[in-house]
Design a binder for this molecule. Sequence first.
Ligand code: GLY
Length: 255
Amino acid sequence: MNQPTALTRAISPLLGECELTHLEREVIDIRKADQQHHEYEQALEKMGYIIRRVPEAPHLPDGVFVEDTAVVFPEVGIITRPGAESRRPETKTMAEILKEYRELRFIEAPGTIDGGDVLTLGKSVYIGISQRTNREAINQFSEILKPFGYKVTGIPVTKCLHLKTAIAQIEDDLLLINPEWVDREIFPDYRCEHVHPNEPNGANIMRKDNWALCPSSFKYSLEWLSKRGYDVISVDQSEMAKAEAGLTCGSVIVT
Ligand code: GLY
């Protein structure tokens, strides 16, 4: 088994021209974004990941959000076909790196899917049907994963960009969820903790072993994670938030 690795990519100087779906455009401080991304990588290192940067793509505004380009399973890596046309060139360099770790499959047109819409809970894979991800891609995912025993289920996502904006697995049987954005009845086998209403994005966090990584602006999620006994690392994600990106967007985890 490879040492747990987080694949990341440098921030593009064009980040301010990124895709936006639910947000109004605000000025992004690129130097600050760069610093925040570096601190995010340092936090992932502290959690036990090796950081490996995929080749820079300064001409691709959203290139830093590598999560959307690939989904990694123990048995296979799936290279996505992002829903925003401007983001499709991001996948090429990810595939060049990821092929060192996994046999690859590729989502083909007319399928479109962003990795941020894919939540894997054991052998169940939930995929947001969103502005970025369509049923054709979900069918392709299902065909790719069927031989490995996975069941794929599509879930409508309309009020946020990606499924993983609204939900995270915290423990084997515990989810953190925004019930306004995702129907918790879809997960009857799990206990569901709701995010605080003041923090609708509060479920977009990362956990590994006893570590929990959480944006510093999510005061309620931070407190809840601390009370549960996690070693919580908080990182300032203010500039990424303006780019409509969550914490998970900045890496592809390969274990
Ligand atoms: N800016 C993040 C995205 O739209 O994909």
